[in-house]
Ligand binder design. Structure first.
Ligand SMILES: Nc1ncnc2c1ncn2[C@@H]1O[C@H](COP(=O)(O)OP(=O)(O)OP(=O)(O)O)[C@@H](O)[C@H]1O
Length: 611
């Protein structure tokens, strides 16, 4: 039989990944990955030695979803190749501890390199190229004496190289090209490199003399001082033949990897930023209607039985999550007192608000320089745009009001999508091709402390990073006006699909309903169990579940209902405001009890509607 932790790990992985039909032989529970040999029962891509799983190779299978915390269970895993898929979210800190070959290239990973990397003492080959990784890399390369090949190319890493680079004493192949790195490369001078590509960054200073002895060297596209002589042709191209698919190839083979960077795959560089999407071709919303005749063949009795069973499972799941989060909270009362400034465990690299936050009061100016095109300063006339001074505060991008006005054609009615309690939502087509949903908040005059509160709230929203949570892509707070920018969800909200006459609920397949329900459960699990301190959504409802073209669910308005404090009260009924006030608070013991029962009830109703 398969070692129980390995089996648990595979079940957990299967639950968080998508396009599951590609993973033939895999199951959510049961089965024996190492006991079932060839044939239909074989777990695709899983290699065992005895009862231990030693390799997982699911490269180029069009797998989506995200990597959950269960990777840590693979204690015997030596090789993990998940390259060329559509896996999104952050690379989890819980990577297999004894892995030697780790290839996550050409996916949609975001965030930074996990700080747990130094625990991978046996790692020889690391490939994170062609993802959406970004930010300044911390000192994560300590104690990695085994590492021979590292490829971080075609991401958006920035800042200076961390000092721990100099401790990679066995590194022979290093690829950092096409990033935003800055500063000196002197730390690389003492490494025993045979191959180095640092092209197309912002490195500066002098090129270290020892680079002359690196057989394969590429340094063009930086801001180095003149004087260093090297023949760029000395970089030997060992490009493997192009793969048959449209995705361009980062190195996927064992070291040494390819030296000639192909054009980036859509996942890495192209705009507009895409949501994590499955490669599954037939799961679009429009195609679901074609399935309706097929579903009619099922007996209603069977459907009802399945519905109630599934409903029960999800309710139990949610109840479990709520109770678990209650427990985890009460174990850590300290964390609840400092919620606005505390980071989730896997987000250490985000600067703390109070480290970079300038007081709003310092931004007050005497003159009123309101924006054009209808954005006037009648409400908060003396607040200067603060995004210039707080640009490191949020992971979301700061958008100038002028860009938003251009993207919505001055909030033209033709761009209007819908309206909620906090304001109207518009579709914004930006000049760089981005398509975003823009929530224009009807703000009231804010006191200084309220302005600080608003910033805290934005910071809290921007730190929520999960494949099933609608990400705050950008924001604009200028002259008393506030707009929040989210990725555009092609299929609107779940409520639109369930209740609108045009898109009847029966158009949703069982598989789609399952996917939506699971996605919401994962999002809640993340908010309650992964976020530190845990975060309460406070306003779960079908209108707050958005669906993209593949019906991937995104919990939206997470943490936003506290916005009621700042919104024109004519919009907001008292009852709504009271509910809203509870949102985005940590699940402190005071509100836990009230909210837990409400959450269970809300989710129960939601799933009943779904099923
Ligand atoms: N990111 C998005 N992509 C596409 N449509 C969106 C997006 N965000 C919101 N919408 C649409 O705009 C409508 C209004 O959204 P909004 O979040 O302001 O209010 P709500 O969630 O419906 O209500 P409430 O304010 O009570 O939470 C939604 O019903 C949805 O159809």
């Amino acid at each position: 039989f398969t070692d129980p932790p390995d089996a648990l790990g595979l079940w957990g992985l299967y639950r968080t990944l998508e396009s599951l039909w590609q993973l033939s032989g895999w199951t959510f529970q049961g089965g024996d990955p190492c006991g079932e040999g060839r044939g239909s029962k074989h777990w695709r891509g899983v290699v065992c030695k005895g009862s231990s799983i030693v390799a997982i190779n699911i490269s180029r299978l069009g797998v989506g979803g995200w990597l959950g915390p269960d990777m840590l269970k693979f204690q015997s895993l030596k090789k993990l190749d998940m390259s060329f898929n559509n896996i999104a979210g952050e690379i989890p800190p819980t990577l297999p501890p004894n892995v030697e070959y780790l290839n996550l290239a050409a996916n949609k990973f975001e965030g930074n390199i996990p700080s747990s990397l130094p625990w991978l003492h046996s790692l020889k080959y690391l490939n994170f190229s062609y993802n959406k990784l970004s930010g300044v890399i911390g000192d994560v390369f300590v104690n990695m004496d085994s590492l021979e090949t590292m490829d971080l190319s075609f991401n958006a890493f920035s800042g200076d190289l961390p000092r721990s680079f100099s401790s990679l004493t066995n590194l022979r192949y290093l690829y950092l090209h096409h990033n935003e790195f800055t500063g000196s490369v002197i730390l690389l001078a003492g490494l025993p490199l045979s191959s180095l590509n640092i092209e197309n960054n912002h490195f500066s200073g002098y090129v270290p003399g020892p680079f002359q002895s690196i057989p394969e060297l590429r340094i063009d596209g930086n801001q180095f001082q003149p004087g260093f002589k090297h023949a760029s042709s000395s970089f030997t191209r060992r490009t493997p033949p192009d793969p048959p698919q449209s995705l361009s190839p980062p190195p996927t083979q064992s070291p040494p990897p390819t030296q000639s960077p192909p054009p980036p795959p859509p996942a890495a560089k192209q705009k507009p930023k895409q949501r994590p999407k499955s490669l599954k071709p037939s799961f679009g919303y429009s195609s679901l209607e074609n399935n309706s005749h097929h579903r009619k063949s099922h007996s209603r009795v069977t459907a009802a039985a399945i519905a109630s069973a599934t409903c029960t499972v999800f309710v139990l799941l949610i109840v479990g999550l709520v109770l678990k989060s209650q427990r985890s909270c009460s174990c850590n009362p300290k964390s609840t007192s400092n919620h606005a400034k505390t980071l989730p465990a896997n987000m250490e690299t985000v600067p703390k608000a109070n480290e970079v936050l300038y007081s709003w009061s310092s931004l007050l100016i005497g003159s009123d320089t309101s924006s054009s095109n209808g954005i006037t300063s009648e409400r908060v006339p003396k607040i200067k745009s603060w995004f210039k001074t707080s640009k490191n505060l949020l992971t979301a991008k700061q958008f100038p009001a002028a860009d938003i006005l251009a993207a919505t054609r001055d909030f033209n009615e033709e761009c209007f999508i819908g309206e909620g309690l906090t304001g109207r939502v518009y579709r914004g087509d930006f000049s760089d091709g981005q398509l975003l949903a823009i929530k224009r908040i009807d703000m009231v005059d804010l006191s200084l402390s309220e302005q600080d509160e608003l910033m805290d709230m934005l910071w809290n929203i921007s730190r929520l990073k999960h494949p099933n949570i609608s990400a705050l892509v950008g924001y604009c707070v200028e002259f008393g006006h506030c707009a929040l920018l989210y990725e555009y969800a092609e299929n609107g909200s779940l409520a639109d699909i369930l209740f609108s006459a045009a898109t009847r609920s029966r158009a949703l397949s069982w598989k789609a309903r399952m996917k939506i329900a699971l996605g919401v459960a994962y999002a809640l699990e993340y908010m309650h169990l992964t976020c530190s301190p845990p975060v309460a959504h406070g306003n779960i409802k079908a209108r707050n579940i958005l669906l993209d073209a593949q019906l991937m669910p995104y919990l939206c308005d997470s943490g936003l209902t506290k916005l009621s404090h700042f919104v024109n009260t004519t919009r907001m009924k008292d009852s709504e405001a009271i509910t809203s006030a509870k949102a985005m608070l940590p699940l402190s013991s005071v509100i836990q009890e009230q909210m837990a029962s409400k959450l269970i009830f809300t989710v129960l109703v939601l799933f009943c509607l779904c099923f």
